[in-house]
Design a protein around this ligand. Structure first.
Ligand SMILES: Cc1cc2nc3c(=O)[nH]c(=O)nc-3n(C[C@H](O)[C@H](O)[C@H](O)COP(=O)(O)OP(=O)(O)OC[C@H]3O[C@@H](n4cnc5c(N)ncnc54)[C@H](O)[C@@H]3O)c2cc1C
Length: 442
């Protein structure tokens, strides 16, 4: 069989070139939809022979930084699906087309959890190649460092299996260095034994986000690494896709996930429930699959603009300037701004880590604005600008998976890590055939 190859004349062209962010207008030279590693090899060899680049993509959740695809074949990986779980060994093997939703519910039924992200619809491949910040990361570190083996197609079209013993430099680069080194066709990674967690969200009225933020900041100072939480200020748009209780309304939200003893988790969140008038409270003991949609990320492509950064500390002055810039009275209609508590194992390099061993700072700050019409772009940019300006004094770095624009990777990786990534690129893809969203170039 040969991979399906599409040109702009094909009826599926617009569907296959669609990114998760509808505002990203991908116009590649061609689109390939392979269904096997052999078909990927053929696509790579024929693109290379034609002098074209290859951009592997599953969901297009981080497509914006790719830039022009005029001389690039977009290789959509949805046909490389499949997920197998070995309950005894506590491992998963997935095709590069698998989404987190292909693993999380099935693992959960077996009393296991994966280091998945906030959306069940994110691709395991892009998420893991870029690091992978899960709600269990403060205890268990980045998802890329739980990977045990990767299969990929190289620039020559060869299929290789890399792990700690075989092609160790390539294995190192793929764990957090991104998609610049080949087309991944399968991953194997460890799962956590975790039959139950204590998790959920508290919804407070939106008019007093500052006191909730101050209370949350004080509370996180005393929680163990098993606890991850997120403070959010949310403005749900008045569109039919948003469920009724939220549609057109604003809330301050705290999400909390505890991966230790669930009863302990319930005790730990008690002070959060005292922070104010809790309108809705979904916190409960549940199986790990229960948090797949906790973060309420949209399942379908949407038009939006996002920005963020890692921040080091969150003193009272930071919270106050954040509230002044983007809180009630600022006029902000951003879909949400959030601060996700990091630190813990995210700040400690594990033994034998890949290229991304840790994330800087103690919080991931992220904001998203809905841009349903072109006129919404200017105010959205302005609000995101205010959000970032308020936190700029506390800027500790960036996390590439949450950077949705072209970005200089020299600002992410330490010089010795960047040098090693470039050496690996030079060795495995000296002609820069593979184009990734945050490229490492030879
Ligand atoms: C709604 C939403 C929620 C998110 N939540 C989180 C979160 O909780 N934690 C977190 O860490 N991140 C999160 N992210 C960021 C997410 O991890 C990145 O957007 C990631 O790149 C998505 O991977 P993807 O494969 O779905 O995206 P794609 O855009 O399809 O791929 C992104 C890049 O990955 C590489 N890639 C993908 N597949 C392959 C392959 N088979 N071979 C080689 N390279 C490949 C390519 O370089 C590609 O450009 C979220 C993003 C969104 C939009």
């Amino acid at each position: 069989m040969a991979a399906t190859l599409l040109t702009s004349e094909d009826v599926n062209w617009n569907l296959e070139r669609l990114a998760f962010n509808i505002l990203v207008d991908q116009q590649p030279a061609g689109i390939a939809v392979p269904r096997s590693a052999d078909e990927v090899s053929d696509v790579v060899r024929s693109a290379a022979a034609d002098g074209k680049r290859i951009a592997a993509q599953r969901t297009g959740h981080n497509a914006a930084p790719l830039g022009s695809l005029a001389n690039t074949v977009l290789l959509r990986t949805a046909g490389l699906g499949g997920a197998e779980i070995d309950a005894e060994a506590r491992t998963a093997r997935v095709g590069a087309g698998a989404l987190w939703d292909d693993v999380v519910p099935r693992a959960s039924e077996l009393g296991l959890a994966a280091l998945h992200g906030s959306s069940p619809n994110v691709g395991i491949a892009g998420y893991t190649l870029g690091g992978g910040l899960s709600f269990y990361a403060r205890k268990h570190g980045l998802a890329c460092n739980s990977v045990t083996a990767i299969e990929l197609v190289t620039a020559g079209g060869d299929q290789v299996r890399v792990d700690a013993q075989n092609e160790p430099d390539l294995f190192w680069a793929l764990r957090g260095g991104g998609g610049s080194f080949g087309v991944v066709t399968a991953f194997e990674f460890d799962l956590l034994p975790l039959p139950e967690i204590f998790a959920g969200a508290l919804f407070f009225p939106a008019d007093e986000p500052s006191s909730i933020l101050h209370g949350w900041q004080e509370w996180i100072g005393g929680v163990p690494e098993e606890m991850t939480s997120v403070w959010r200020l949310m403005n749900f748009p008045p569109v039919p896709e948003v469920p009724e209780p939220f549609r057109g309304r604003s809330f301050t939200v705290i999400e909390a996930i505890y991966c230790g003893d669930p009863a302990e988790g319930e005790e730990l969140v008690a002070p959060l429930r005292e922070l104010g008038n809790v309108g809705m409270d979904s916190m409960a003991v549940q199986a790990p699959a229960g948090i797949e949609n906790l973060h309420m990320d949209p399942p379908e492509p949407v038009p939006y603009r996002a920005d963020g950064m890692m921040i080091g500390e969150l003193p009272a002055a930071a919270m106050d300037s954040l509230m002044e810039a983007i809180g009630p009275g600022s006029g902000s209609q951003l879909l949400f701004i959030e601060l996700r508590h990091c630190g813990g194992a995210v700040s400690r390099a594990p033994q034998n880590a890949g290229a991304l061993a840790t994330l800087p700072g103690s919080f991931s700050a992220f904001g998203v604005g809905f841009v349903p019409v072109p006129e919404a772009m200017a105010p959205t940019r302005a609000w995101l600008g205010s959000f970032k300006a308020a936190l700029e004094p506390y800027h500790a770095g960036n996390y590439l998976n949450l950077v949705e624009e072209p970005f200089d990777i020299a600002r992410i990786f330490q010089p010795e890590v960047l040098d090693r990534l470039r050496e690996v690129k030079q060795r495995y893809d000296p002609e820069n055939i593979f184009h990734s969203n945050h490229p490492v170039t030879a």
